[in-house]
Design a protein around this ligand. Structure first.
Ligand SMILES: NC(=O)C1=CN([C@@H]2O[C@H](COP(=O)(O)OP(=O)(O)OC[C@H]3O[C@@H](n4cnc5c(N)ncnc54)[C@H](OP(=O)(O)O)[C@@H]3O)[C@@H](O)[C@H]2O)[C@@H](O)CC1
Ligand SMILES: Nc1ncnc2c1ncn2[C@@H]1O[C@H](COP(=O)(O)OP(=O)(O)O)[C@@H](O)[C@H]1O
Length: 284
């Protein structure tokens, strides 16, 4: 295994998709977030807001028709799309302008979640799988791995990682082995988040604050991942950038952070990246 590299903008800043003076929202990607059922809508809303703040031009939450009004009332710039079953989900995401799909946050460990995840992967969409979209494959992880053909990011915490890949003994080596086995970029979350690619590249995110140990902060990270993926960044660079920007947002907010605070720190993170924060000047 190559020595893990510390995460920093120098690794991925060139791959960020900055808005163009003559561009429009479609140039910045359309991310779809699968929403959970009517009583569990917060996680997908956090992800969707993070996806917009992460720079995606359009973000939609796709949800069961029974939950649509909750999302529609709670969301403003984020759009809502009803999805009855795998067929309607496949039809929705067949739009070539939909460039990234996030599934998992509070989606439910259900047959519906498993079916919709497989439908998105089989459609060849760039996907981010988090939380329940990972847990639902416990006991049958090969069904998931065999369906992964397009750029995909998995964002497990250690509990979710164990369900798919078994015990964690050495976080860096285990994350690399998991990326090789699944064919996806694996973001093994924790105090020091490990980001591993199927080709063996491995990066460690060391700028995280312990205030990130709060409900929903992983949903924000998943939303950032799908945002950058939908904007056309390669999966490994998107995952590294998302991990760094997520931690930087927490640092900029400081003590007392809850997950809702993270997306609204992202403009300051973008400003820092564009102005040469941390010694790195994106615009030269
Ligand atoms: N606002 C909302 O709507 C929110 C909704 N959310 C939604 O809630 C659902 C459940 O998600 P979840 O992560 O809370 O629970 P689950 O999948 O049962 O795994 C937890 C078990 O794994 C283990 N574990 C080991 N290491 C771990 C670690 N580093 N971090 C955490 N756990 C670790 C640990 O086992 P232990 O170590 O205690 O034996 C623990 O018992 C899911 O749909 C999610 O999206 C949340 O996103 C919050 C905001
Ligand atoms: N002690 C810690 N120090 C730094 N970052 C942490 C710590 N604990 C958790 N995190 C980060 O917070 C996020 C938690 O994500 P997750 O466990 O999926 O929570 P949730 O499901 O509630 O959103 C991850 O990005 C993880 O790396």
């Amino acid at each position: 295994m190559p020595d893990p590299v510390d995460n920093s903008p120098a690794l991925w800043a060139e791959a960020l998709n900055w808005p163009k003076p003559d561009g429009n929202k479609y140039d910045r990607g359309h991310a779809v977030v699968l929403g959970g059922p009517v009583a569990s809508t917060g996680a997908a809303r956090l992800s969707a807001r993070a996806a917009l703040r992460g720079g995606a031009g359009l973000v939609s939450i796709a949800c069961d028709p029974s939950a649509l009004m909750v999302y529609a009332v709670a969301c403003e710039a984020v759009m809502t799309k009803p999805v009855k079953d795998a067929e309607t989900f496949a039809e929705l995401i067949s739009d070539p302008r939909i460039t990234g799909v996030l599934m998992g946050p509070a989606a439910g460990v259900t047959d519906r979640t498993r079916t919709l995840v497989l439908a998105a992967l089989q459609a060849g969409k760039s996907c981010v799988l988090d939380a329940d979209a990972l847990s639902v494959f416990e006991g049958a992880p090969d069904t998931l791995f065999e369906a992964i053909t397009a750029p995909t990011i998995l964002t497990p915490h250690e509990g979710e990682f164990v369900r798919l890949f078994g015990k964690v003994t050495h976080r860096e080596a285990d994350a690399v082995a998991a990326a090789r086995k699944s064919g996806a970029v694996v973001v093994l979350k924790g105090r020091d988040t490990v980001i591993a690619a199927p080709d063996g590249r491995v990066v460690i995110n060391k700028n995280a604050s312990e205030w990130l140990a709060t409900a929903g902060s992983g949903d924000v990270l998943a939303g950032l991942c799908v945002s950058l993926l939908a904007q056309g960044m390669p999966a490994f660079e998107a995952a590294c950038a998302a991990g760094w920007m997520h931690a930087e947002a927490a640092y900029l907010f400081g003590p007392g952070l809850i997950a809702e605070d993270l997306p609204d720190q992202l403009p300051r993170v973008w400003q820092g990246l564009s102005l040469g924060h941390n010694g790195f000047n994106v615009h030269g």
